[in-house]
Design a binder for this molecule. Structure first.
Ligand code: KIV
Length: 266
């Protein structure tokens, strides 16, 4: 028997767009699943699982590069990490984050999106926010064949403007504006939207008012898909993962034990 494993079927934007957890399919279909990844070997591993999508998130800045915020991540850094992940995971739908400053105007966003999309060989890019010029950018990018995943709620690239990391949608006005942002992103052509740290009731309202899937993180259960930072899920770091993520293991302590055991045996 050939030891070559059957290649997994890569999901497409067409399939993702239809991935709504409406009543008819709720019981039959699991949620869309996305995890972050930043390196070749982990990408190889994820490529051998049933994971739907890999995100090379700009969270690479926090968990791999040790930056204070994602604001420090550059397009050159994203290119290196995205290319490594692509080499390891040819058969999984790959989304890459446009980092801070790389789409601070329509023209810059267009130029950098083409560069990142071409050089990473990703299936899609993700950007944060729903300002008017970003909607125009999304419209143009989808016209030229670059699928865009939106991202609203807690948008870490705006942490300084937002004044910290907190749950969004608690005030009526903010809840209303989040629903509007999601609709605007859908109308601009986004094929899915990440809802980060949004009040569950509001993310449910957003999910019900869109025909494209919502992908939640810290936003309750009424979403069409879920995304987590893999380093949180496996507790690969020293810090405690965010409250909404229950780690499957404590790889940080486990690896430390192994190294200490190895050193004790020398
Ligand atoms: O960069 C990232 O990891 C993200 C997810 C939290 C959605 O944007």
């Amino acid at each position: 028997m050939s030891d070559k494993k059957k290649q997994k079927q890569k999901i497409t934007t067409k399939i993702i767009r239809q991935y709504k957890m409406n009543d008819k399919i709720k019981s039959a279909r699991k949620k869309l699943q996305m995890l972050t990844c930043y390196d070749f070997q982990t990408a190889q591993l994820l490529d051998e699982t049933d994971l739907d999508m890999i995100l090379v998130g700009d969270s690479v800045g926090n968990v791999v590069l040790g930056y204070e915020t994602t604001v420090e991540v550059t397009i050159e850094e994203m290119l290196v990490f995205a290319a490594a992940v692509r080499r390891g995971a040819e058969n999984t739908f790959l989304v890459v984050d446009l980092p801070f400053g790389s789409y601070s105007s329509f023209d810059l966003g267009l130029k950098n999106s083409c560069k990142l999309f071409q050089r990473s060989r990703a299936e899609a890019l993700k950007l944060e926010g729903a300002h008017k010029y970003k909607l125009e950018l999304i419209e143009r990018l989808t016209q030229i064949g670059i699928p865009i995943m939106g991202h609203i709620g807690l948008t870490p690239q705006s942490v300084n403007e937002l004044g910290g990391y907190y749950l969004h949608g608690k005030e009526k006005e903010r809840a209303k504006s989040l629903v509007q942002e999601a609709k605007d992103l859908e109308n601009a052509g986004a094929f899915s939207i990440v809802l980060e740290c949004i009040l569950p009731e509001v993310s449910e309202e957003i999910t019900n008012s869109l025909s494209i899937p919502t992908i939640g993180i810290g936003s309750g259960n009424m979403v069409d898909g879920e995304v987590l930072v893999i380093n949180d899920l496996l507790k690969m770091g020293k810090e405690r993962p965010p409250k909404f993520c229950r780690p499957l293991a404590d790889l940080y302590e486990y690896k430390k034990e192994l190294i200490n055991k190895y050193l004790a045996d020398r």
